[in-house]
Design a protein. Structure first.
Length: 372
């Protein structure tokens, strides 16, 4: 039963493409649907989280990530109740380009931290994960030792939505993890693009993982990222790479001299290490300990956390206002229309914006007029 298909052409002798058979139903029609476990109440979740129940913590994080409005409001209730029990942790952001050795390093840094006792949560912010269908960060298979450690909780990046939305979910997850007794939080992100700013706004210490390259390491690193870093560590300082790593360290150190004194009064340190061969790990962690001592003593730790809390309040307001505006169907239609007029040069960008805003205000029943 030959069908019409390019590969049924004579030139592909020996190959025949047949028409397929109808797919049988995959689901057994006689099977009773399994009842979904009912959602615990906010009180039950909080109780579980405060006891350090990981299953409850995971369920709450899933609610935080959910797009279902009723899940989200339940999540908010849980977060509010956990908030007084949060804050007691060291939040460390870890960034580096793909291949810099983030997961290898997090695995060994994590074990190093856990040797002192306590618990560690590894979270990730990866705004691209929705596009790539599957996060490349916070992937358990990439952190072999931590993923089987009883005191580690690894959670890949929330995948839905804008960077702001993804970052906010991670910020909320930090609160839940801390309430569950996690006193070390790592937030991993890829060192490209905007996500570092988001991570920087939720951590106490920002660690930049670099590689020694061809001698011009500093090229291609955005100044802004270097300015955010509290520590720069050059990975893969092993074997033949040791000399190059040292050279890179010297270059970073001299580049950092050009930056103004950070508000924290802490001068970022530069170190070399090898995540794979586990060399220099304790030194990296000693640096981080020194940082915490420094900022706890001079009050910057508290100051930064308060600023971050304020930042997240305004971020959340901004996000909400934007989505309320852009998701309004009438506004969306008007925007398309106005955009066409602006592109065709029949209306100026400014009056087009003013018209849309005024329409929005009147839809909201407000007499407010946009400024010209
Ligand atoms: P990520 O993409 O930043 O998470 O990087 P990975 O941790 O997946 O590491 C990328 C590659 O670099 C892997 O093949 C690792 O085995 C290798 N790698 C990581 N750390 C080191 C190191 O300290 N030394 C050497 N030689 N290779 C390393």
């Amino acid at each position: 039963m030959n069908i019409e298909h390019p590969e049924n052409d004579k030139q592909y002798a020996g190959l025949t493409v047949n028409s397929g058979v109808a797919q049988p139903p995959v689901v057994n029609p006689y099977m009773k649907p399994r009842r979904k476990k009912p959602l615990p109440t906010a009180g039950e979740m909080v109780e579980g989280i405060l006891k350090g129940d990981i299953t409850m913590l995971s369920r709450a994080v899933t609610l935080v990530e959910s797009l279902n409005p009723s899940h989200r409001s339940l999540a908010q209730e849980v977060i509010e109740k956990c908030l007084p029990h949060s804050g007691n942790s060291r939040r460390i952001g870890i960034t580096g380009v793909p291949g810099a050795g983030k997961s290898t390093s997090i695995d060994v840094f994590g074990l190093h931290v856990l040797k002192r006792g306590g618990k560690l949560a590894v979270l990730a912010i990866d705004p691209s994960s929705e596009r790539t269908k599957g996060s490349i960060l916070g992937d358990k298979t990439r952190m072999e030792k931590l993923s089987v450690h009883p005191d580690a909780f690894i959670r890949p990046s929330p995948s839905a939505g804008s960077l702001g939305g993804v970052a906010r979910k991670t910020r909320e997850t930090i609160v839940l993890c801390e309430a569950a007794g996690f006193n070390n939080i790592f937030v991993e992100t890829v060192g490209v693009g905007q996500s570092e700013t988001a991570v920087h706004s939720m951590v106490d210490f920002f660690l930049l993982i670099q590689l020694a390259g061809t001698g011009d390491e500093l090229q291609g690193i955005k100044r802004g990222i270097m300015e955010m870093a509290d520590g720069i560590v050059i990975n893969k300082a092993d074997g033949e790479n040791i000399e190059r790593a040292r050279l890179a360290m010297a270059q970073f150190k001299s580049a950092l001299h050009l930056f103004p004194t950070p508000e924290s009064g802490w001068y970022p340190e530069v170190l070399t290490y090898s995540g794979y061969y586990e060399l220099g790990i304790a030194e990296v962690w000693d640096m981080i300990d020194r940082y915490f001592e420094h900022v706890e003593k001079n009050g910057y730790f508290e100051h930064k956390r308060r600023n971050q809390a304020r930042y997240w309040m305004y971020e959340t307001i901004d996000e909400n206002l934007r989505s309320h505006f852009y998701n309004n169907p009438e506004i969306a239609e008007m925007l398309a229309n106005k955009e066409a007029r602006v592109l065709a040069n029949v209306q100026s960008s400014f009056t087009a914006a003013r018209d849309v805003l005024n329409r929005y205000y009147s839809l909201m029943g407000d007499n407010f007029k946009a400024e010209d």
